[in-house]
Design a protein around this ligand. Structure first.
Ligand code: NAP
Length: 256
């Protein structure tokens, strides 16, 4: 049983749906104050309303410094400080090499990687003032470990987050701020709902546990990194994928 995080404050970016929403709900359930951030105020407010009085929605584009600074100010104004940042916002448009433009590449790197740097930078003053904090980055298995056609820019952004994390963890260790990452495999989100049974069955077939991950699977890992008990863990990335990256070949899956 982890020590209570009741009354602490978390900022969750990209929390209007998908994994970020799962993280926001789980942290809210654990008694933290939650700032639910996305570019859409109404959707962020909707998630905050489900969490309850200990949550607020905030519209910010986290790929901009102004957006991240406004988000950090709002969390401090609403809840009196920031203890945890879950830097989760991300996009994953597909484009194969030969079709991908420099603008496509920049858009993904800006939204996924630049936003990680900017949101971490924005919460640092509040975490430093509090004498410590926890930063949890949502990376992916795609990029750091695996590849998928159409996602060379996405993979670069997700691997880049881990490169950023390692130096950030060293720099922030003296301030008692830890920086860790969760690397989700294939997670069932609203975005997958319309993809059809065949598509989902194909994905499940590549996972030794034979199911997609849930947003709660990722939220629980993030909550652990945010806990007091995880205070001596920094600069680490945890794969949460039902064993997806383990099989060395299709044969390894068929032999189960
Ligand atoms: P999703 O359902 O599309 O949700 C993305 C969230 O990010 C939304 O709340 C979106 O809200 C927000 N967002 C996007 N751009 C933003 C910006 N510039 N500023 C602020 N908010 C922004 O995606 P997801 O599947 O939950 O993915 C969340 C994270 O998990 C991403 O970093 C992704 O790379 C990672 N991940 C996902 C999977 C998976 O299987 N789903 C696997 C591995 C890693 P608005 O559009 O309203 O701003």
């Amino acid at each position: 049983m982890l020590k209570s995080l009741q009354g602490k404050t978390v900022v969750v970016t990209g929390a209007s749906r998908g994994i970020g929403k799962g993280i926001a709900l789980r942290f809210g359930e654990a008694g933290l104050n939650v700032l639910v951030v996305s570019r859409n105020q109404a959707e962020a407010d909707g998630v905050a309303a489900v969490i309850g009085a200990n949550a607020a929605g905030f519209a910010a584009d986290v790929s901009t410094a102004e957006g991240c600074e406004a988000m950090a100010k709002e969390a401090s104004d609403c809840f009196g400080g920031i203890d945890v940042l879950c830097a989760n916002a991300g996009i994953f448009p597909a484009a194969k090499l030969g079709e991908m433009t420099a603008a496509d590449f920049d858009n993904v790197l800006t939204t996924n990687l630049r936003s990680t740097f900017l949101s971490v930078s924005a919460v640092l003053p509040a975490m430093t003032a509090a004498g410590g904090g926890r930063i949890v980055i949502t990376s992916s298995i795609t990029g750091p470990i695996t590849g998928y056609p159409g996602w060379s820019h996405y993979g670069a952004s997700k691997a880049g987050q881990l490169g950023f994390m390692r130096t950030a963890a060293i720099e922030l260790a003296p301030k008692r701020i830890t920086v860790n990452a969760v690397m989700p495999g294939n997670i069932f989100t609203e975005g997958l709902e319309g993809m059809g049974g065949d598509y989902i069955a194909k994905m499940e077939a590549s996972i030794p546990m034979r199911r997609l991950g849930s947003v709660a699977d990722i939220a629980n890992a993030a909550l652990f990194f945010a806990s007091e008990e995880a205070g001596y863990i920094t600069g680490q990335a945890m794969v949460v994928d039902g064993g997806q990256v383990l099989p060395e070949s299709l044969g390894a899956l068929e032999a189960i």
